[in-house]
Design a protein around this ligand. Structure first.
Ligand code: IVH
Length: 356
């Protein structure tokens, strides 16, 4: 629906309102943190959900670049929160959330608690300025532990790793952030002064050599078929990783080709996020119980016959609220489809009424 809305607004710009969901690039900076203007805007990524959409993207690249070889770097799309890290003269000077893409929030004290973030770059000749882009995340194990604790204190649970990472970064008290072992992978740069780079692969190598943590499962692909093989491999394997990923990011390797392709107002044309499909499974509802949180909010929850979904044994699923239970008409004994779409807490998608 979001995509359809985006298409409609492109065709009829007069109908696009400032509060349209398409304008919600990120959360606006909160009052509590100082605003930081990114040297280069932090764009988002265009999505693809099928091989046809990947082929269409490749055709668009060829239309612009002509019949020249195009190499790609394939990376995992880490499910966390985007940050910008500013190194001045090799020293970590400032770190900010993405915010609305142009202006984020200064979360430097919280980022300093991230152990895998070097406070000094390990280079003989540190550049005067390096704006590094990274994804901050919590491992599945840490997230589960945090949620177990929150459940014990009857606090609301983090529904997904993204919320947990963003919430931890935006803690006003860095002590609380420090108690949540955040981790990060760097995946690119914004403005960099004084370093000669020709490809994205070289950028990643430079970041790694400077002591920044890059993801080890990154591959240079000479052809689109190699890209497809990488996608197939990680669609099957991504559940085995200790952190959540929600797809593969494909980037044109040559920076000269990236420059030629340019960007729209929201996303670069030289990169694409290929999303993993949401994982679903069929099981049976043993019971429906209603849980009350600390604030008094009631959450109906389906207790299920255990079933494996994306590498996790699921025994319960949320039905969010009473309206949702009525709308989906979920009853004890029903066969249901449950899904995890990057969410830690699975949800009931629908009832198989013909098996009732
Ligand atoms: S590149 C201009 N690479 O995905 C290109 N992003 O939907 C900017 N993300 O805001 C993004 N892993 O928070 C890139 N390997 C990766 C990524 C990645 C996770 C996040 C990032 C970005 C969002 C875009």
């Amino acid at each position: 629906l979001l995509r359809e809305l985006r298409d409609l607004e492109a065709r009829y710009p007069d109908l696009a309102t400032p509060d349209s969901p398409t304008q919600r690039v990120g959360a606006p900076p909160s009052e509590a943190f100082a605003a930081v203007v990114h040297h280069q805007p932090m764009l988002s990524l265009a999505n693809a959900f099928s091989e046809e959409e990947l082929d269409a993207w490749h055709r668009r690249l060829t239309n612009i670049l002509g019949e020249v070889p195009i190499a790609f770097v394939c990376e995992l799309k880490i499910d966390g929160a985007a940050v910008s890290l500013i190194y001045e003269g090799g020293r970590f000077a400032r770190g900010a959330t993405r915010g609305d893409g142009r202006r984020g929030e200064d979360v430097t004290p919280n980022l300093r608690t991230v152990r895998s973030l070097p406070l000094r770059l390990r280079t003989a000749q540190p550049p005067p300025l390096a704006e590094v882009r990274a994804e901050v995340f919590l491992t599945r194990a840490v997230l589960e532990a945090i949620n177990r604790e929150r459940a014990m204190r009857e606090e609301s649970l983090f529904a997904n790793p993204r919320n947990a990472a963003a919430g931890s970064l935006r803690q006003l008290d860095p002590q609380i952030t420090a108690a949540r072992p955040l981790d990060l992978f760097v995946y690119g740069v914004g403005a960099v002064v004084g370093v000669e780079l020709r490809t994205h692969g070289e950028t990643l190598a430079w970041l790694r050599d400077a002591g920044l943590r890059t993801n080890p499962h990154t591959v240079l692909c000479a052809t689109l078929d190699e890209v497809k093989a990488y996608i197939a491999e990680w669609t099957a394997r991504h559940h085995d990783l200790p952190y959540e990923t929600d797809g593969v990011v494909i980037k044109v390797d040559a920076l000269s080709q990236q420059a030629e392709l340019g960007a729209t107002s929201t996303a670069p044309r030289w990169a694409l996020a290929y999303k993993f499909p949401a994982e679903q499974a069929t099981t049976r509802v043993r019971d429906i119980r209603v849980y009350m949180g600390r604030t008094g909010a009631l959450t109906p929850t389906a207790h299920l016959e255990p079933v494996g979904v994306s590498g996790v044994t699921v025994t319960s699923a949320t039905m969010h609220n009473e309206d949702e239970v009525r709308r989906k008409d979920v009853r004890i004994g029903d066969w249901v489809i449950v899904q995890r779409a990057g969410e830690v807490i699975p949800e009931v998608v629908r009832v198989l009424t013909d098996r009732r």
